[in-house]
Design a protein around this ligand. Structure first.
Ligand code: DAH
Length: 329
């Protein structure tokens, strides 16, 4: 009996040791040794044939064996199921240094707008906003651009219907402001504008302008020049080359454009249009053109940011590439 016990034990240990690290066949192993008709059970039936005197001793040994095999089996089962569970999980190397969260920052266009606003606020301009979808009257007619006039073609406009446009410039807000408040007034108007034009390194279908309008008695062209020069010097520093160039806009007379020297491309780059508000515009909003005069300007924010930060393509502002935007954080 002693030998039989020992041989069952040995054979169990061999089977267990050679058992692969997965659960297939594990149940069979259990049945073979610990099942109702397994080897341990059959040892118990042998117990009946043992001498009465030896029976308690072997009974005890048999119980010890049964418990030992059971606990070895349980251990094996546990280790296999733990392995199964962890092999389904992605491997995590907890010794790797962590990834620190990257900080967001203000987009370079917004930073430029903030700077422009600060400069004009410091010389008494208020800030106003106006509609991006507007009627033809505010975008064109009231600004002295009559229907069918060739100057409408200066800006390729997106029409929503024959009377409604995506504003092609922020000048529409000049009209809204003058319609709703009495002179004198002094505002800048930042905002998005839209143009259906060929896309290139300096033109995009959407861009930003900052409009300026100052209405008072006795406003002069030299005040306009002084104001623009002050802005340019604050924005670019006193050494940057600029020039006023005579130009034409239907809503100003006389009109000018301001160019900045682009050191990268070695050429002038236009950044704004300006002029003395045309008396026709003054009377369109119901002001007395004999009493009130004004100057106005409209600048391209992308162009200013491009010059200031040596950005060579306007499309970079809009493609959302963090490798671009994080250079300005
Ligand atoms: N609206 C013009 C444009 O988009 C820019 C402009 C020129 C605005 C002269 C003005 C102005 O207010 O006086 O090209």
């Amino acid at each position: 009996m002693q030998e039989q016990l020992e041989s069952v034990r040995k054979s169990f240990l061999t089977d267990l040791e050679s058992f692969p690290d997965n659960s297939t066949g594990l149940q069979d192993l259990k049945t073979k040794y610990l099942g109702r008709k397994g080897q341990v059970a059959s040892l118990f039936t042998h117990l009946g044939k043992v001498d009465n005197a030896d029976r308690p001793k072997f009974g005890q040994l048999l119980n010890l064996l049964k418990n030992e095999l059971q606990s070895l089996y349980d251990k094996k089962e546990l280790s296999i199921s733990a392995k199964d569970a962890s092999s389904n999980r992605p491997y995590i190397d907890i010794t790797l240094p962590g990834r620190s969260p990257s900080n967001g920052s203000i987009h370079i266009l917004e930073q430029t707008l903030l700077e422009i606003k600060e400069i004009f606020k410091s010389i008494g301009f208020n800030i106003a906003y106006g509609p991006e979808v507007d009627d033809d009257y505010h975008n064109f007619t009231a600004l002295n651009v009559p229907e069918h006039h060739p100057s409408r073609d200066m800006q390729d406009t997106f029409f929503i219907d024959p009377q409604t446009v995506l504003r092609s410039h922020t000048s529409n807000v000049q009209i809204h402001l003058m319609e709703t408040s009495d002179p004198p007034l002094r505002f800048i108007v930042p905002g998005r504008v839209y143009r259906n034009e060929a896309i290139g390194y300096k033109s995009y279908c959407l861009f930003h302008q900052v409009e300026g309008i100052y209405i008072n008695q006795n406003v002069t062209f030299s005040q306009l020049k002084g104001c623009i020069e002050y802005f340019v010097k604050k924005m670019f520093g006193p050494k940057k080359k600029m020039r006023f160039r005579p130009s034409f806009f239907p809503f100003t007379e006389p009109s000018a454009e301001v160019d900045m020297w682009d050191d990268e491309k070695n050429q002038w780059m236009e950044i704004l249009g300006c002029g003395m508000v045309d008396p026709a515009v003054i009377s369109n909003v119901g002001y007395d053109p004999g009493k009130w005069k004004g100057f106005a300007f409209g600048m391209g924010v992308e162009r200013i940011a491009m010059l200031k930060h040596k950005i060579n393509d306007i499309r970079l502002f809009y493609n959302g590439d963090v490798r671009f935007s994080e250079q300005f954080s």
